[in-house]
Design a binder for this molecule. Structure first.
Ligand code: AMP
Ligand code: ZN
Length: 111
């Protein structure tokens, strides 16, 4: 499958990997939008949030258990988790991913 994140997971494309286990992988965003900006992705290819099912939802729960552990390890006291679902909402890579951003430029609330 021609998916950049599947290729990062398989090691075909290099990345700055932060964390990996059987179910998910975290790596730094190539185009950071904050002092700290990494992505957490399931190892299984799921295109977007709209493709999550009852069967795959535990993967998302796992990702949300991993994120606070990683943030704690990085010493981040505050962070923002973002998901863009669908091209019209700005999703450019069609493999489910959660952005985790942290740093002094996040002062403004978006919602
Ligand atoms: P989104 O626009 O929500 O689909 O986010 C895709 C993100 O993936 C963007 O923030 C890109 O900077 C990031 N990205 C694309 N290619 C790579 C790559 N090879 N390594 C790390 N991050 C990437
Ligand atoms: Zn993929």
């Amino acid at each position: 499958m021609d998916c950049v994140f599947c290729k990062i997971i398989s090691g075909e494309i290099p990345s700055k990997k932060l964390y990996e286990d059987d179910l998910c992988c975290a790596f730094y965003d190539a185009n950071p939008q904050a002092q700290t900006h990494f992505l957490v992705v399931p190892k299984t290819h799921i295109s977007s949030v709209s493709e999550i099912t009852e069967e795959t939802a535990p993967l998302v729960a796992h990702i949300f258990a991993v994120i606070p552990q990683l943030c704690k390890k990085l010493g981040l006291s505050g962070y923002r988790i973002i998901n863009n679902c669908g091209a019209s909402a700005g999703q450019t890579v069609m493999h489910l991913h959660f952005h985790v951003l942290s740093g002094p430029t996040l002062g403004e609330r978006l919602v």
